[in-house]
Design a protein around this ligand. Structure first.
Ligand code: UDP
Length: 248
């Protein structure tokens, strides 16, 4: 398998790949023995990884790591190693569903409020008829239930597991269970099931294309404002880090 060039963003190595390349990589991972993990960091996740070594190590161990946020793409330009484009986790998931459907592959959905994963599964099955949704489980379980959930996923025979528990919970969950899971690919997908279930909407295309999805979210979901305060912290850290590296 050809190695993909990586761009180091505050310690998180992000694959220098566009959407097409990411989907080609997913195809390779589907035919690779063992579990491969896909993570989609945005600037908020990178800042939290800088403060949380366990989370940093997990992101660093990802087999495909793409820039979910436009902030990460801008940061790569500041470092002088530009990433080709934003590869939003939601868009990558939908691209994967299309491709997996064409190939008659199978998936499992873990996460979201009770009922959401089932609703998302119904919509996915309708939209991608070739795809087999082998099972679902909601995301509000207790630690003691995890072995049963892993068994449910494994016995379903699903090849790809989408985990929607929010970040960093989903990445930590995938990592701590990766030796027990028998899926080929596990991917953290944040709030994607809510959108696929029709319970939440994405920003209109205009905002997404202009790199302003974060702004749309800030206005429509003001309770996220506190989380978004990590964006200026991210920019300051990237500027300081690129200057420090430039001096070496
Ligand atoms: N969630 C979950 N279990 C939890 C916490 C969150 O299943 O213990 C789900 C929640 O219902 C939502 C998703 O995880 O569907 C998190 O969405 P959010 O948009 O906050 O994701 P992020 O922005 O962190 O990627």
């Amino acid at each position: 398998m050809a190695a993909i060039e990586k761009v180091d963003i505050l310690g998180v190595p992000v694959d220098r790949i566009d959407m097409e390349g990411a989907l080609a990589r997913v195809k390779e991972l589907l035919d690779t023995e063992g579990l491969s993990a896909i993570y989609t960091p945005n600037s908020e996740m990178v800042v939290s990884a800088v403060k949380d070594k366990e989370f940093m190590d997990i992101l660093r161990s990802g087999d495909l790591v793409v820039p979910d946020g436009i902030g990460v793409v801008y940061a790569s330009r500041i470092y002088g190693h530009p990433l080709p484009e934003r590869v939003a986790g939601f868009d990558l998931m939908v691209g994967m569903l299309e491709m997996l459907g064409r190939e008659g592959r199978s998936i499992y959905l873990l996460g979201g409020k009770p009922g959401i994963a089932e609703k998302a599964a119904d919509n996915i099955s309708r939209r991608f008829p070739g795809l087999k949704v082998k099972g679902t489980w909601h995301g509000y379980f207790k630690e003691g239930e995890v072995p049963g959930i892993v068994e449910h996923i494994n016995s379903s025979g699903a090849e790809v597991l989408f985990v929607a528990l929010g970040s960093p919970k989903q990445e930590k969950w995938i990592h701590s269970n990766r030796d027990r899971l028998r899926v080929r690919i596990a991917m953290g997908v944040g709030g994607s099931f809510d959108v696929l279930a029709g319970e939440a909407v994405r920003a209109p295309a205009f905002f997404r294309k202009a790199g302003l999805e974060w702004f749309y979210r800030l206005v429509t979901q003001p309770w996220r404002a506190a989380r978004m305060l990590s964006l200026p912290v991210f920019v300051i850290k990237v500027l300081a880090d690129s200057r420090r590296r430039g001096k070496k």
